[in-house]
Design a protein around this ligand. Structure first.
Ligand code: GAP
Length: 463
């Protein structure tokens, strides 16, 4: 992507709205902060991301199985995991405009390494030491309240109507992996898995994020893709290194340029973690976390054993050795990958004195794989032939039929949504059974026999 600034993000946000990828939530009611809806092309892109992730994480790995656990769970799970007591971000308020902001982000903005895991005391010391430099990102004032930890769990009132919700809330899950930990034993007992093995899950998670910025990068409702891998204690770090490599190669396989990816090692580790790295992407607003890959020791199953009173240790079938498995985790948000793909694919080119906007997605990920056009909409014989082609290809690929506007306009629309191939039926098609196939990236056109179209797409879409 040529531009790396807010202008680049604005262009992506605008294209997403204009072309049906992402809409602000509840727009006709004035919007709803930090929540977004995925439109017709957005949902196709999300589905493609989830399909590729599942293929990479579950289908291609003989010792990883899938799961779909419920969003609602026993509130005790969130006590055991530490979320009720400690799942919080440092909140600060601007005394002038009353904007509520993340104190760690304000420090990062002036290049002071800080994160949400820092103690309240440490954050407040850093804020005090740098008070002349820190400005409110909304109004520019330099007058703030003290930073306070703000819990991110979203409360709900599901279930028992006699319950006092202020005392005993139920939570919308803050991460999907807790559903994996509490089903570890069910999976072990019902499947033929042995350590090492993994459980993968894709699903919604909810967080009362303090700040709503950077489009779909940080939202209050989002989808996570997480894989938890259960290992012998002494194998944890070896498996961790393998997982890190595997995840890096996944992003390469999606066509992400390596110069836009980098590793970030966590310096402030939570007490139980062995090691933690993020894969960062060079988003239009700078380098930010894309995915977390963490070596978590035996904390998770240990905590759930303690709080549930159920023994979650593993007995090695060969040696009868008993231990609590250690866990390595890969965790990423679907929306973050979608935003990365949009940023990576967004291209503006000069063609014939005009700017062509094109999303150069990896062809497997494109929301629409082929668009089929009759050259002219008022020629029934062309429309009929184009519809016939569409009716065949749609069984294999997401296709679109379009007879609206001149061909140039139709190409431009398909370029903007990243469609790899446009197929045009013209008068020659009726004579010789061939059509024009135009390539999104090169704009080259070639004549292909209609009966060879499916083969052509299969070969070139790498699908
Ligand atoms: N189970 C570990 C966990 O949830 P995390 O670092 O809080 O760790 C993991 O989140 C990943 O989930 C992040 O790297 C990011 O891709 C995604 N994510 C987290 N919070 C998000 C939010 N508010 N909006 C979108 N994606 C988010």
């Amino acid at each position: 992507m040529a531009e790396k600034n807010n202008n680049a993000l604005e262009k992506i946000v605008s294209l997403c709205k204009r072309r049906g990828f992402v809409f602000p939530s509840s727009e006709i009611y004035g919007g709803f902060a930090a929540v977004y809806d995925f439109g017709p092309y957005g949902v196709e892109l999300e589905n493609a991301v989830k399909r590729e992730w599942w293929r990479n994480m579950v289908q291609l790995r003989e010792n990883v199985v899938g799961l779909d656990s419920a969003i609602f769970m026993s509130p005790k799970i969130w006590e055991a995991s530490g979320h009720v007591a400690g799942f919080s971000d440092p909140l600060i308020e601007c005394r002038k405009c009353h904007a509520r902001l993340r104190a760690d982000h304000l420090l990062e903005d002036i290049d002071i390494a800080a994160d949400e895991k820092m103690s309240e005391e440490k954050i407040n010391t850093l804020l005090e030491e740098n008070k002349d430099k820190i400005e409110c990102s909304k109004c520019g004032a330099k007058d703030f309240t003290k930073a306070k930890k703000f819990n991110l769990l979203v409360k709900s009132n599901l279930g028992n109507f006699t319950q006092d919700w202020s005392k005993d809330p139920v939570y919308l899950r803050g991460e999907t992996c807790q559903g994996i930990y509490v089903n570890y034993k069910n999976v072990l007992d019902s499947m033929r898995v042995q350590i090492p093995f993994g459980i993968a899950q894709i699903g919604k998670a909810f967080r009362n994020e303090i700040t709503a910025r950077q489009f779909i990068f940080r939202t209050r409702e989002f989808e996570q893709m997480e894989m938890q891998y259960f290992t012998r204690p002494e194998k944890e770090m070896e498996e961790y290194e393998k997982l890190r490599e595997y995840r890096w190669s996944f992003y390469k396989s999606l066509g992400i340029r390596e110069e836009n990816l980098r590793w970030h090692k966590h310096e402030n580790l939570v007490f139980y973690a062995k090691e933690a790295y993020d894969i960062e992407y060079n988003f239009p607003f700078g380098w930010k976390e894309l995915e977390g890959i963490h070596a978590r020791g035996n904390y998770d199953l240990g905590q759930h054993s303690k709080y549930s009173g159920k023994d979650l240790s593993y007995v090695d079938p060969k040696t009868q050795e008993k231990y609590i498995p250690h866990i390595i985790e890969s965790s990423v948000g679907v929306g973050r990958i979608v935003l990365m793909l949009l940023a990576e694919a967004y291209t503006e080119e000069e063609v014939g004195g005009e700017t062509r906007t094109v999303l150069k997605f990896d062809k497997r990920l494109a929301p629409i794989k082929a668009a089929i056009f009759p050259l002219l909409r008022n020629k029934p014989e062309l429309v009929k032939k184009a519809k016939e082609i569409y009716d065949v290809l749609k069984y294999k690929y997401m296709c679109e039929f379009d007879d609206n506007g001149n061909i140039g306009k139709r190409y431009r629309r398909q370029d903007e949504i990243g469609t790899p191939y446009c197929i045009t039926v013209d008068f020659d098609s009726l004579e010789d059974g061939t059509v024009t196939v135009r390539d999104r990236d090169t704009m080259q056109q070639e004549r292909i026999k209609i009966e060879k179209l499916e083969e052509y797409l299969t070969k070139n879409l790498n699908a």
